[in-house]
Ligand binder design. Structure first.
Ligand SMILES: Cc1ncc(C[n+]2csc(CCOP(=O)(O)OP(=O)(O)O)c2C)c(N)n1
Length: 570
């Protein structure tokens, strides 16, 4: 097997070289004293031209992690993140929870307090090196990662990195965590030899069991009103085409419940929107496809006799402590390969006459749905403060077909549909707020020629550390269009309170506690302070032209833009 030899001085240099060799393009970093050997190694590589990942500085760990998440979700490649010891890891945990639930592979690394108090290169030399050490630094995020380890010496470097990357990328993917003690990074290494290409590859995605596919086909064939509910089938863009073919061929409606990816093009004849509620009671077989929460059982449910199939890489969502949806058949398999097999099996059962009746019914249901959406848009168009349906429709008007939408989480996709696989990303089902701005920057880094639009609630935007986000946009030349839908409150908290206590004290109060965000800063000025274009929009009629100006700033002037859109509350 081919081996490569590298002349390096220490483990840090070998580490960066190996990451680059294994395809890690970027290292998103928030540095501290633990980084000294890496800063030195990056500086040396800049002089010698040795291949290393490109370092991308982020001034908060949540930003570093969100940028890595955005880059990874678009490219489906593994980025590295490096943060400062225990405290940096703590700030990165929320990002790791988001990535874990969305199966985003990220090599999450952190320094570790120097082990020794004197003697070795890299030993403790600052007072913080005592207090920052923890008994189990990885313990705080062990639930969020698939694997964790500490690099103990340079000799093991190749095995450790290959194992980290192959576990992160084996479906279902997810973050892994590696701590890097300073003495280990600084340890002299007289040359480094490694296999190229790697001989420790990721496992292939699971293929479905043939018996299970036949059983699923049998269940679907026996149904007059089958229904597919998905949230993340489109994580793999190849699965979008397969789902589109499958749904069209068998005339099965598809609902995307809280989608995190575009799973079916918005103009597909089987697209029945984003809420399975109206179709649940009529369904006589349901295929839950890569979807953790297909409906909310306390609010609605299919009929008890309706058979439910779950299909996905991990159809039981085994890392969720509780998930009790009925499951008569669970099929482990990647959607892109399982759907064609299911189609082949189903083809043997269905008749053309049954399909034509279903197709007809589906067309009627879809027309009624679209008419309802059109009616909503017409009725809210003039509302002031601006209604989210109108804001979403205005964004749809300016959005090029190949734009990437990053939605945290206020955009209404029914009024701003996308047709291109990989064109839409919703926030993680873990809902660790503060993701969208950074994720949009990471997406832009991945595809610099496409317009990236981040739609963020005012609350979500604040969680994302806006000053750091705008600074990163300017510093790394990543012009993104930020649209803050500003209702001056945490609407989700208000909705939750009204939901539980519809006649309660808070419902009667004009200003219930812990919900209103009074005296919000002028978000557009924060963007402008970082060199971007900013505008506040209160008049619904002015929104289209404001969007045109903002898109021009991003696409022609190549600078970030932010529209502070004053929206209705709950
Ligand atoms: C890290 C984190 N902290 C708190 C929450 C709880 N939370 C969920 S939604 C929300 C409010 C979001 O406000 P905004 O983005 O303005 O959207 P709105 O709810 O007003 O539509 C909060 C605080 C969370 N999901 N994540």
């Amino acid at each position: 097997m081919p081996r490569k030899e590298l002349a390096v001085d220490n483990v840090a240099e070998a580490y960066l070289a190996l990451l680059a060799e294994r395809g890690v393009e970027y290292l998103f970093a928030n540095a501290g004293t633990d980084f000294a050997p890496l800063v030195e190694a990056f500086a040396k590589a800049a002089r010698t031209g040795a291949p290393v990942p490109r370092p991308v500085l982020a001034t908060h760990e949540n930003l570093a992690f969100s940028m890595a998440h955005g880059y990874a979700m678009v490219t489906r490649r593994v980025p590295a993140v490096m943060v400062h010891v225990s405290v940096g890891t703590a700030n990165g945990v929320c990002g790791a929870l988001n990535a874990a639930r969305e199966n985003v592979p990220i090599l999450f690394t952190a320094g570790r307090s120097p082990l020794t108090e004197s003697g070795l290169p890299g030993a403790r030399d600052v007072y913080i090196h005592w207090a920052q050490e923890m008994f189990d630094q990885a313990g705080m995020l062990r639930e969020a990662v698939k694997w964790d380890y500490e690099l103990r010496n340079g000799q093991q470097l190749e095995t450790v990195i290959d194992r980290a990357l192959s576990i992160a990328t084996t479906p279902p993917g997810g973050p892994v965590y590696l701590s890097l003690p300073r003495e280990v990074l600084a340890a002299p290494l007289p040359g480094f030899s490694y296999e190229s290409p790697t001989r420790r590859v990721a496992a292939a995605p699971p293929g479905p069991n043939k018996g299970a596919i036949d059983e699923a086909a049998h269940i679907l064939a026996g149904a007059n009103n089958p229904l597919i509910i998905t949230a993340s089938a489109g994580r793999d863009p190849a699965a979008v085409e397969e789902l589109a073919d499958f749904a069209r061929r068998f005339a099965i409606p598809v609902v995307q419940h809280r989608p995190r990816h575009l799973c079916l093009p918005a103009d597909h004849p089987c697209h029945l929107g984003y809420d399975a509620g109206p179709y649940l009671s009529g369904a006589d077989a349901i295929l839950v496809l890569e979807c953790d929460v297909p409906w909310i059982p306390s609010l609605e449910a299919p009929r008890p006799e309706c058979p439910v199939i779950h299909l996905g890489v991990d159809p039981l969502f085994s890392r969720y402590p509780i998930r009790g949806f009925p499951c008569d058949l669970a099929v482990t398999g990647a959607a892109a390969t399982a759907l064609p097999e299911l189609a082949a099996a189903l083809d043997r059962h269905v008749t053309a006459s049954a399909l034509s009746e279903r197709r007809h019914r589906l067309a009627e249901q879809r027309e009624a749905l679209l008419a309802g959406w059109r009616k909503t848009r017409a009725s809210v168009a003039g509302m002031r403060p601006i209604h989210m349906a109108w804001a979403s429709a205005c964004i749809a008007r300016v959005k090029p077909e190949d734009a990437i939408i990053v939605n945290e989480y206020t955009l209404m996709p029914e009024h701003c549909g996308s047709n291109l696989p990989g064109g839409y990303f919703g926030s993680s089902t873990a809902s660790g707020l503060g993701w969208g701005g950074g994720a949009a920057l990471g997406a832009k880094l991945a595809v610099p020629d496409r317009l990236v639009i981040a739609v963020l609630g005012d609350g979500s935007h604040l969680f994302g550390n806006p000053v750091a986000v705008h600074h990163a946009s300017a510093m790394h030349r990543l012009p993104v269009l930020f649209i803050v839908t500003n209702n001056s409150m945490w609407g989700a908290v208000r909705r939750a309170t009204l939901g539980m206590y519809p006649q309660g004290e808070a419902a009667r109060s004009n200003k219930p506690p812990l919900i209103d965000l009074d005296e919000l800063p002028a978000f557009e000025q924060v963007c402008a302070a970082a060199g971007g274009y900013g505008e506040r929009v209160e008049d619904p009629a002015a929104l289209p032209a404001a969007l045109d100006r903002a898109v021009h700033a991003v696409t022609v002037e190549k600078r970030q833009a932010l529209l502070n859109v004053i929206c209705r509350g709950v």
